[in-house]
Design a protein around this ligand. Structure first.
Ligand SMILES: NC(=O)c1ccc[n+]([C@@H]2O[C@H](COP(=O)([O-])OP(=O)(O)OC[C@H]3O[C@@H](n4cnc5c(N)ncnc54)[C@H](OP(=O)(O)O)[C@@H]3O)[C@@H](O)[C@H]2O)c1
Length: 311
């Protein structure tokens, strides 16, 4: 089969399209004929070497996947050959024509989404939902700030927070303000403007998808007793947070399970959620997709189309 992989960590140029043996599904796995693979910043972070030797080389990137069950491994009864599925691999490998995936991390693809759209969903949407509801304990009527509201995680977070009955303030560049408003944000603060607009309401919860040094800004926008949930690694003044009685949760690395994928599929099928695609590229152009993601300018999601006639 064709797969994109790399033999050493480095820039996008280390990605190579190669011919390698097709994997076989182990116990409680299915072999998925990959139609599309979603790209997450973790893909290029691992490729760059941020995770050190945790993932052995040569390495096939891609965690988010949508495709069709080609074969089933021993013990599998939940899926049959021909089922259209989406989910998250256990150890990447989705940038290939076939990947073996544990059945516990797969569900039936949302019927209203194409494989290309479905591949964009699992990690970002689950991360946004988990950060808002599990880590952030979001309640209806609260005000949420989403930092990075136009990105892969952020654009789902804005929609999910609105669905939960919250008031949403998105932080995005002016270029992306109309997009974030269309997603449902009540106010968009342009982080590139000087002076910066003030929030119309004190926030109960802030979701930080940007990280770096933008955390202090969020601490200033939260009400005393508020909650800050980072999903990216950032620098936060913990003394200042303590003085304002703001709790800052730790970043969690998440694996999505079938039950959450089924819930998320239902939300799409009901029309409660939309996915925005920034860019799609064929498998052979995975390098361009990594370059785009690494630019940190993606509006919505980037997807690698593995089966060229896929819709
Ligand atoms: N914990 C987990 O399990 C988990 C899961 C998924 C992702 N993550 C992490 O979460 C982070 C976000 O992921 P993502 O997929 O959402 O990233 P992304 O899609 O690459 O984010 C790009 C977006 O960020 C916006 N942005 C960049 N700098 C900004 C700033 N200073 N203020 C506000 N917006 C800014 C960009 O808008 P402009 O072009 O307008 O600036 C762009 O729309 C990454 O670090 C990723 O590794 C963690």
């Amino acid at each position: 089969m064709k797969a994109v992989r790399y033999h050493k960590h480095g820039g996008p140029e280390v990605l190579q399209l190669e011919e390698i043996p097709r994997p076989a599904p182990s116990e409680m796995e299915v072999l998925v004929r990959v139609h599309a693979a979603g790209l997450n910043p973790g893909d290029w972070q691992i490729r760059s070497g941020y995770a050190g030797d945790r993932f052995p080389l040569p390495y096939i990137p891609g965690w988010d996947v949508s495709g069709v069950v080609e074969a089933i491994g021993p013990g599998v009864s939940a899926f049959r050959v021909g089922d259209e599925v989406y989910g998250m691999t256990a150890n990447s490998g989705a940038c290939a024509e076939y990947v073996a995936v544990p059945v516990t991390q797969l569900a039936r693809k949302p019927a209203v989404l194409s494989h290309i759209q479905a591949a964009a969903v699992p990690m970002s949407c689950f991360t946004a939902w988990h950060a808002l509801t599990k880590q952030g304990r979001l309640q209806a009527g609260e005000t949420v700030i989403v930092n990075g509201a136009s990105g892969g995680v952020g654009h789902f977070a804005v929609q999910l927070a609105k669905q939960a009955g919250a008031r949403v303030i998105g932080i995005a560049s002016g270029r992306n303000a109309p997009f974030v408003r269309e997603l449902g944000a009540d106010q968009v603060i342009d982080y590139t403007a000087a002076p910066r607009e003030q929030p119309l309401w004190p926030a109960d919860l802030a979701l930080d998808t940007v990280g770096g040094t933008s955390g202090d800004l969020l601490l200033n926008l939260l009400r005393p007793g508020g909650r800050l949930v980072p999903v990216a690694f950032g620098q936060y003044d913990l003394e200042k947070a303590a003085a304002r009685n703001v709790t800052v949760t730790a970043v969690q690395l998440l694996q999505i399970g079938s039950a959450a994928l089924e819930d998320i599929a239902r939300w799409f099928d009901r029309g409660d959620l939309q996915v925005a695609l920034d860019m799609t590229v064929p498998l052979a152009a995975t390098r361009q997709a990594h370059e785009r993601s690494e630019s940190r300018r993606a509006r919505g999601k980037i997807v690698i189309v593995v089966k060229p006639d896929s819709v």
